[in-house]
Design a binder for this molecule. Structure first.
Ligand code: ZN
Length: 142
């Protein structure tokens, strides 16, 4: 979690770009229990800069689970694999939403480590995504 100050205009830009939804688990801020957070994709401790191309909108739980991590161990291969990068990767290349269950299925090693580390399939997320899918109010990032 970052302690960096983000200007109001930068906050608005990052929020608008993400349509107010967590860029990892897709949950909209409007239904989250606590406010979404702007943070670095590559943490400052790894020389990540405070620039638009390195910032994303996180829900508080995804941000807490990610922390300053940039990679994890792929549970399938045991290899170190980088996490999903919302500015460099396409969500749909790494994840698939199962609308019936609300589950985010990984489609790649990057998807697997990100689903695992950020715990995007926690119980409350499944329920919320299932309901949002039914009302077609869940946005899959481009
Ligand atoms: Zn999230």
């Amino acid at each position: 979690m970052s302690k960096t100050y983000f200007s109001a205009s930068l906050r608005r830009m990052v929020c608008d770009r993400a349509n107010g939804c967590c860029e990892y688990c897709l949950i909209p801020e409007t239904i989250a229990l606590s406010s979404h957070q702007i943070d670095h994709i590559i943490a400052e401790k790894h020389s990540g800069e405070t620039v638009e191309s390195n910032l994303a909108l996180f829900c508080s739980l995804c941000n807490k689970n990610k922390g300053s991590d940039i990679a994890s161990i792929d549970p399938e291969t045991g290899e170190v694999v980088r996490l999903y990068h919302p500015r460099k990767d396409r969500w749909a290349d790494h994840f698939q939403l199962q609308t019936e269950s609300g589950t985010i299925e990984p489609l790649s090693a990057i998807g697997r480590v990100s689903v695992y580390l950020l715990q995007v399939n926690r119980a409350e997320c499944l329920t919320q995504r299932k309901l949002l899918s039914k009302t077609r109010s869940l946005t899959i990032p481009d």
